[in-house]
Design a protein around this ligand. Structure first.
Ligand SMILES: [Zn+2]
Length: 88
């Protein structure tokens, strides 16, 4: 299944092949296991985070594990320096 992954350098989405077993809305049960959309590891639904980078076409974030979320947040902060202060 293909999703979209934000490319900070290009400032646009790249096509992204999801790891096997990833679903956008995997379960309603917090104690169920799901698959991290970034590294493909099995994690508990209640320990998952919304991805800042891996989205569907409607902009919804796929679920990822804490380690991948840490990496995404670090990248987000790095790329936010010098940006985001513009007012509309
Ligand atoms: Zn992960």
């Amino acid at each position: 299944m293909t999703a979209l992954k934000w490319n900070y350098d290009a400032q646009e989405y790249d096509p992204y092949e999801l790891p096997e077993g990833v679903e956008l809305h995997p379960t309603a049960n917090l104690t169920d296991k799901i698959v991290c959309a970034s590294c493909g590891k099995s994690i508990l639904y209640r320990n998952s985070y919304n991805s800042l980078e891996i989205h569907n076409e409607g902009g919804f974030g796929y679920l990822i594990c804490a380690k991948c979320a840490d990496k995404e947040i670090a990248l987000f902060k790095k790329n936010r320096k010098g940006r985001g202060n513009e007012r509309i």
